[in-house]
Design a protein around this ligand. Structure first.
Ligand SMILES: CC(C)(COP(=O)(O)OP(=O)(O)OC[C@H]1O[C@@H](n2cnc3c(N)ncnc32)[C@H](O)[C@@H]1OP(=O)(O)O)[C@@H](O)C(=O)NCCC(=O)NCCS
Length: 177
């Protein structure tokens, strides 16, 4: 028999590591792949990494990190979602939805009531399609020089059935993810 075997369909995988190499495999080596350099922020790497592979190629990623937060003056934890990325040639096919859905299924097992993400304003409608809600209040985050108001949009999603919108001031007690 001749010819190539049929391509494998995209498969969800838990990634043991996610470094600059894996990020570049998805987004290439541009110097601002997430379009957030202008914000001038320091970020934390994520702890749990979810990916989509097809024929050995990594095509999508979403990362999670549990972080301390103060909501209405009460200290608790949130699951931060970040590093959401899909290779440019396979966008618009639902891969971000799939990889974020897989990450959130795991986030629901981690304990916190909320997932939190930061994004550029044009991505708010996309995340709304995925079940996230824009926070109306300003959010403070830590930076090496001290707390600052997050210049990007902050969105939240419930991780427990009974989690209603976070009320009061939201302050991340760490660098953002
Ligand atoms: C943002 C990004 C991850 C989206 O990936 P994608 O695979 O094209 O997204 P999907 O195809 O899964 O789309 C997700 C949903 O958002 C919807 N959507 C996409 N663009 C939209 C828009 N501008 N407005 C409203 N909804 C939109 C899609 O229709 C889909 O909804 P559906 O599943 O109900 O049809 C991708 O463009 C990317 O990697 N960009 C560069 C890195 C980046 O900016 N990451 C975000 C960091 S916060």
């Amino acid at each position: 028999m001749t010819g190539n075997p049929p391509s494998a369909s995209p498969t969800m995988v838990r990634l043991a590591r996610y470094t600059e190499t894996e990020l570049q495999e998805i987004l290439g080596d541009g110097d601002d792949p997430f379009g957030v350099a202008e914000a001038g922020l320091a970020w934390l790497p994520k702890e749990d990494h979810f990916g989509i592979r097809s024929d050995g190629r990594l095509m999508a990623h979403a990362g999670l990190l549990v972080l301390p937060v103060s909501i209405g003056g009460v200290e608790t934890k949130v699951v931060g979602l970040g590093g959401v990325a899909v290779a440019p040639d396979v966008r618009g096919r639902g891969l971000a939805r799939r990889v974020v859905t897989a990450a959130l299924a795991h986030a629901r097992t981690l304990g916190p009531r909320y997932g939190l993400l930061f994004c550029r304003p044009p991505l708010v409608p996309l995340y709304q399609r995925l079940g996230w809600h824009a926070l109306s209040q300003d959010v403070q985050v830590e930076q090496p020089e001290g707390p600052v108001v997050m210049p990007l949009r902050t969105m939240w999603t419930p991780l427990h059935d009974d989690a209603s919108a976070p009320e009061g001031a939201v302050r991340l007690l760490s660098l953002p993810m």
